[in-house]
Design a binder for this molecule. Structure first.
Ligand code: GLP
Length: 272
């Protein structure tokens, strides 16, 4: 797990956008796993800006969102379909080829979950999954107690998640109690994962996810088992990490190592 600690939310969004754009340039038909919530909004804004400036083209990409509330019609202002249209899809000059989001009103719940997994498989799996993190360590809507091998399925939201998400609704009673989410096992199959966390209220979940035991009590801790995860954290979200200085040193070492190798290569070329 790479821990990248940056000064603020703006920088976090820029670095996340760099990773997405680099992938899209290398693989224009990439399959992106997308997240909702306040945290990735800066990333989406940055992607829209770069797309409009012609730095990146998303029109060959396919996207799969992590989750969706059950029971809200797609056009409801708080549905995740609506969120994605408002913050990303609807603002791009050219939309991604296909944008999948779990259905909010499926005829057959279990069948819809199976079909979502099947679609991901048909597209060759997710190249890059963007994640936020809940205050209780959830990823997608995989709440504490979710099996680490879980797949796309219907879930109930925890009271703290309902309370946190109530800020988007006129009252807590309006927040849906149920959702469909990709499972932890589904998320772990992505080839690369980028988790974004900003603010003091995420610092405990981040500390548990990075340095705590791997446990279903903190679903994000499952990411410790994944070979290619980058966590981009602002100062506040990183503030409770016990090994923060060491993670910083590792990141500095990466750039120093690259410079040393580059210099050594130049010397070898000169000598030959
Ligand atoms: C929601 C979403 C998660 C998201 C989390 C954090 O419940 N289902 O995918 O990561 O909340 O949201 P925020 O970024 O607004 O703190």
């Amino acid at each position: 797990m790479r821990i990248v600690c940056v000064e603020d939310y703006r920088r976090l969004s820029v670095i996340a956008a760099d990773i997405v754009v680099e992938l899209m340039q290398a693989k224009p038909d990439a399959v992106l796993g997308l997240a909702t919530g306040s945290t990735p909004i800066g990333l989406y804004r940055e992607l829209v800006r770069r797309e409009r400036e012609g730095q990146v083209d998303c029109s060959h990409a396919t996207t799969f969102n992590l989750d969706e509330y059950l029971g809200l019609p797609e056009e409801h202002p708080q549905s995740y379909r609506h969120f994605m249209e408002e913050h990303l899809f609807g603002r791009l000059r050219r939309r991604p080829r296909k944008t999948y989001i779990p259905p909010s009103l499926p005829d057959d719940l279990d069948e819809a979950c199976r079909a979502y997994e099947e679609r991901i498989r048909e597209h060759g799996g997710i190249d890059l999954q963007i994640l936020g993190i809940g205050r209780n360590g959830h990823i997608g809507f995989n709440e504490p107690g979710s099996s680490l091998g879980s797949r796309t399925r219907p879930v109930a939201l925890r009271p703290e998640t309902i309370a946190d998400n109530a800020r988007f609704f006129s009252s807590p009673e309006e927040v849906p109690r149920y959702a469909i989410t990709m499972g932890i096992g589904t998320i772990l199959e992505a080839r690369q994962i980028v988790l974004l966390a900003s603010g003091l209220n995420k610092s405990e979940a981040v500390q548990q996810a990075v340095e705590g035991p791997i446990t279903c009590q903190c679903p994000a801790s499952a990411l410790q088992m994944h070979p290619n995860v980058v966590m981009i954290l602002d100062e506040e979200a990183a503030s409770r990490l016990e090994n923060l200085d060491y993670y910083r040193e590792l990141e500095e070492a990466r750039s120093r190592m690259a410079a040393i190798l580059e210099e050594a290569r130049r010397r070898t070329v000169r000598a030959s």
